[in-house]
Write a protein that binds this ligand. Structure first.
Ligand code: HEC
Length: 124
């Protein structure tokens, strides 16, 4: 009986252990284009923003206006210093960085792509 209990416990540990493992593995990796290629805001970064509910709050009343048709002009140059992510409020204050808690965080690879896009000149 005791042995069964131990086996059960070991099974549980294994189950939860692997489910944790899969949770972290699920975070989708985004390939950063090779350095000689630009990163287009409309093609690469806007779809990431659109996959979240940013416009629930940033819809014209609260800056930056992140509605798809306005986002680029609202961000550059007021919130994005082209070529310098570290000086860009947009990059510094993404959910997952220094942003009030909104129930989600952008993933590291999304944040990395945005950083790289700004550092490569914040193309539209
Ligand atoms: C539930 C509401 C809410 C959602 C959703 C939300 N934000 Fe915000 N955001 C805020 C608030 C409130 C502030 C202002 C916080 C402050 O000034 O301290 C803010 C501030 C910011 C700032 C800094 C603006 C500044 O003037 O310094 C950026 C950049 C930003 N949000 C980006 C985003 C992005 C990108 C998303 C979606 C991925 C998002 N936010 C989703 C509420 C939200």
């Amino acid at each position: 009986m005791k042995k069964k209990a131990l086996q059960f416990l070991a099974g549980c540990l294994l189950f939860f252990g692997t489910s944790c493992y899969y949770d972290t593995a699920i975070e989708e990796e985004i390939d950063i284009p090779p350095p000689d290629q630009g990163i287009s805001f409309e093609e690469s970064i806007l779809p990431i923003l659109n996959s979240y509910t940013c416009t629930q709050c940033h819809n014209g009343d609260r800056a930056p206006d992140l509605r798809p048709e306005n986002a680029y002009d609202a961000l550059v140059p007021d919130f994005v210093v082209a070529g310098d992510a570290d000086e860009s409020v947009f990059f510094q204050r993404l959910p997952g960085k220094d942003h009030p808690s909104v129930g989600f965080s952008m993933t590291n690879s999304e944040i990395d792509l945005i950083e790289e896009g700004i550092n490569r000149g914040a193309e539209e």
